[in-house]
Design a protein around this ligand. Structure first.
Ligand code: TRP
Ligand code: SF4
Length: 471
């Protein structure tokens, strides 16, 4: 029976690159960071600004243990009918990751489908995910209504957020915060992932209630009241008999799920401290199987396409990271500006000008300030203005493009980096899944009980197995 506070498991963080932990003076990684992107092909500057500056910032902080991946299975959820481009697109995305400055010596860069454990965890999480949660995801309904030319009426597409939840929590450790930097469009998915994890932990996590609750009425009363457990305190007689104790445990577990484990612990602690009892009274231990992830909403700048619409490969209004000077010049020359500015002498409004949005990304503060002023008085014309912007864009893109060209010429190296990263990611995934499988099935316990010759039904180790959902 557990007494005292929950103790961190003795094992050190699995999956940290061996060199990193061995290197003298290497920073202790205090936080896991995970994010991914589906392989849509060569990244354009809109894709870039939607994620990479934030990823690079996180990578630069040595206290982060970063995992970035190409979500190739996710492409199948909406594009199963044509898979011909997914492999090549994955290489393109990985090439752009590297060109942008993700560093395989610092971050683990991997490919989702190389880690079979994601599929296994997706399956297990799918068992506890209510259909209604998935049907209510705002992007789901929207996509069904708006996206044409694709069949989205599939089990796989509905389950997309479950797969995403698996991607994320796979890299959580019980004692290491896990954060997921994403843009606004993905926040709802990560939030849903948190709900799924809570639900899963309820069914599979280890809850231990202090045995003292069975014999100390005051402690039991505080627990029932603070967590609002549907048990009639006045009907209990102490010490509780087994049946009453088991019924309490089941209902209490359900309440902890409803309120969330950290909330439940807080409620309990508050009640205990108000009562004047010593605060180190431990009523409940929770050992979640999976770590709840935290969302990190990342700020992303507005990056309109050259025609002022949303930048998209299919609108042909984008600039990729490998674009040549000539292409950049040609595309920016015809780029849309303030639509109200018809003649050279008309004053313009940079606030509604896509070219000015790009200035803000690539030009120096001085140039931005000058354009912002001279545009409004017609002291600068759009042709010149866009020319100055293109100079800055070319200047910005040059080092990225040079790295891209280098990796492009050595696709084998990109593959090697993905393979090596996937191998590292797999170590973490395998350790997570060993924990998860044991929590779900308890096979290890069962096996060792059998080999200890104690294989009768009655003295198999009791645990959470046998707890029925919904009780
Ligand atoms: N859904 C994300 C996208 O469309 C990609 C993704 C898959 C992801 N799994 C993830 C992002 C896990 C963050 C964390 O771009
Ligand atoms: Fe846009 Fe520059 Fe023209 Fe002003 S001068 S409308 S900022 S392109």
């Amino acid at each position: 029976m557990p007494t005292g506070r929950q103790v961190a498991p003795p094992k050190s963080t699995p999956g940290l690159p061996a060199e990193a932990s061995a290197k003298a003076g290497a920073a202790v990684k205090r936080q896991r960071v995970l994010s991914g992107m589906r392989p849509t092909g060569k990244l354009h500057i809109g894709n870039y600004f939607g994620a990479l500056p934030n990823w690079l910032k996180l990578q630069a902080d040595d206290s982060n243990d970063c995992y970035f991946f190409v979500a190739d299975w996710h492409s199948l959820t909406s594009d199963y009918a044509d898979t011909s481009q997914i492999a090549q697109n994955s290489i393109e995305v990985a090439t752009d990751f590297l060109a942008a400055g993700l560093n395989p010596n610092k971050s683990t860069i991997f490919q989702q489908s190389q880690i079979l454990e994601h599929a296994e965890l997706h399956l297990l999480l799918s068992m506890v995910t209510p259909l209604g949660w998935l049907e209510r995801v705002p992007t789901y309904k929207e996509a069904l209504e708006n996206i044409q030319g694709k069949d989205l009426h599939t089990y796989g597409f509905l389950g997309y957020p479950v797969l995403q939840a698996a991607d994320i929590v796979m890299y959580g450790e019980p004692n290491l915060p896990l954060i997921v930097p994403v843009g606004e469009d993905q926040v709802a998915h990560v939030e849903l992932g948190r709900e799924i994890v809570r639900h899963f932990n309820l069914f599979c996590g280890e809850f231990h209630w202090s045995e003292e609750l069975r014999s100390v009425p005051n402690l039991m009363r505080m627990t029932i009241e603070s967590l609002r457990i549907p048990v009639d305190f006045s009907s209990l007689s102490f010490p509780l008999v087994d049946a009453a104790w088991e019924s309490f445990e089941r209902r209490a577990r359900a309440r902890v799920l409803e309120s969330g484990t950290s909330n439940a612990l807080e409620l309990l602690h508050r009640k205990i401290s108000e009562s004047g009892e010593p605060l180190d009274l431990v009523v409940m231990h929770v050992k979640p199987v999976l770590r709840e992830p935290g969302v990190m909403l990342t700020q992303t700048p507005r990056v309109p396409g050259t025609d002022g619409r949303k930048m998209s490969k299919s609108y042909n209004n984008s600039i990729t990271l490998g674009e040549s000077d000539a292409e950049i010049r040609a595309k920016t020359k015809v780029m849309m500006t303030d639509p109200a500015r018809k003649r050279r002498n008309d004053p313009g409004n940079p606030d509604v000008c896509p070219a000015f949005d790009w200035h803000k990304l690539f030009s120096t503060p001085e140039v931005i300030e000058r354009v912002n002023r001279d545009c409004r008085t017609a002291a600068i014309g759009c042709v010149d203005c866009k020319h100055v912007m293109a100079d800055a864009l070319i200047n910005w893109i040059e080092p990225i493009r040079a790295r891209r060209q280098e990796y492009e010429s050595k696709p084998g190296e990109v593959l090697e980096i993905l393979d090596a990263g996937s191998k590292k990611a797999r170590v973490v995934a395998q350790s997570t899944m060993a924990r998860v499988r044991e929590a779900v099935f308890g096979w290890e316990k069962t096996r060792s009980a059998i080999s200890a010759g104690a294989a009768t039904k009655h003295n198999l180790p009791s645990g959470r197995h046998g707890v029925k959902a919904g009780e």
